[in-house]
Design a protein around this ligand. Sequence first.
Ligand code: NBP
Length: 487
Amino acid sequence: MTDASSTPALANIGVVGLAVMGSNLARNLASREGNTVAVYNRSRSKTDELVAEHPEAGFIPAFSYEEFAASLSKPRTAIIMVKAGRPTDAVIDSLVEVFEPGDIIVDGGNAYFPDTIRREKAVRETGINFVGAGISGGEEGALTGPSIMPGGSDESWVTLGPILKSIAAVAEGEPCVTHVGHDGAGHFVKMVHNGIEYADMQLIAEAYDLIRRGTGKTPAEIADVFAEWNKGELESYLIEITAEVLRQVDAETGKPLVDVILDQAGAKGTGAWTVQTALALGVPVSGIAEATFARSLSSHPEQRAVAASLPGPDEEFRVDDVDGFIEDVRQALFASKIIAYSQGFDEIRAGAAEYNWTIDLGAVSKIWRAGCIIRAQFLNRIADAYAEQPDLPVLATAPYFAEALTRGQAAWRRVVVAATQAGIPSPAFSSSLAYYDGIRAERLPAALVQGQRDFFGAHTYKRIDKEGTFHTQWSGDRTEIEAEDTH
Ligand code: NBP
């Protein structure tokens, strides 16, 4: 007979790294039925604090990697929540020492997906499963329910799936987690999520700027506009918090807070990763790129100070029809948002093809409906579009989005024209419109670019009227020859 009191309880899940994200995730895990959570942190004080402050969680504290491994039931499953980069590698190396084949190591930090591919490959050789999981929703999401994007093997998903489902946000009864794909797929999708977030935020900021400068409305009045928009097709967390930010008054000066915040936007790098990856994959994510560049432009005060002397339009920008202009901006925002998401999903599709991942784009849109920063009703329409046609080549052409673009394109053009004439920068609005016009164009001036390339580099071209690859002998008699396409 076993004496239960002398058998130490084992945890079904462990968390390594108990700074704000890890401790909140550990508390979230402990609050769900069926979970017992082992916790470990490099410096003991964080572990002691967490355990003392949350006796209700029933944490099993560990003070060495050996103790941590011994406190976990098999297959051992541990989520790492430490600083991305070297600290993550250090923790993985330590866990590999004490774990056994079949155990599961999850990196829940913000890793760059090529690192995750590398780590998965190395850890797999030991027989241990390695899962890179994108976790979105910040501190609050970690505690109450994030959107989770795990990669890794099918085997690890069997054990990990129910645990992650127990802590994820819930949208319309469905947990916001899915097995995105193998090795780095989860962190790849999380990266693109963040890129889309950059575009969404920049588009909202441009809408605010145009309304403010075109109508003279105060930030608090514009907050009302956003609150109203949040009742319609633009309904989303980002629109909701925008209204809150615009309504906020600075206690010290009595001014709108937005007017006393320095206009230099920061970035932690995931937008840049999304754009760099898109460039490598040859996917035009112009909305995300412009949003990322807009943050960079804002953050060069020394350049902005000297460039401030350059001229703009002479006349002050004021619209006659305030309500009509605001509705135009709303339509332009929705149309540009459709393009940003369409481009983001295009990148995920291209990434899946490049790295041999099977990614269900509809499932990805569904797990973004709650818990993460870009959560919105709109994502249901994306899920519908991929349910209808899983191999949809351009998301923006799905019936719901095509109808919205048809309805909104005239307003979108008016807004971009007005912004251009008024000298108000709207890089995300205008680049999204340029993408829209580019992708729908029957014929592009790319033909001329091919001619130029053939002229200076003999890069060859194809013809519209016959098969084959051709080169014109530009320096000689300018005859065309059929060429081997070796460039
Ligand atoms: P931090 O990113 O600030 O990392 C601090 C943690 O890393 C501490 O537990 C620290 O231990 C541990 N650590 C370091 Br630093 N070097 C270590 C090493 N060599 N070995 C073992 N542990 C080490 O924590 P955070 O802000 O809670 O973020 C955790 C992860 O979550 C990061 O990857 C971050 O990018 C990501 N994150 C995501 C979101 C989101 O919204 N999804 C938000 C914020 C953060 P110590 O106490 O001994 O120094």
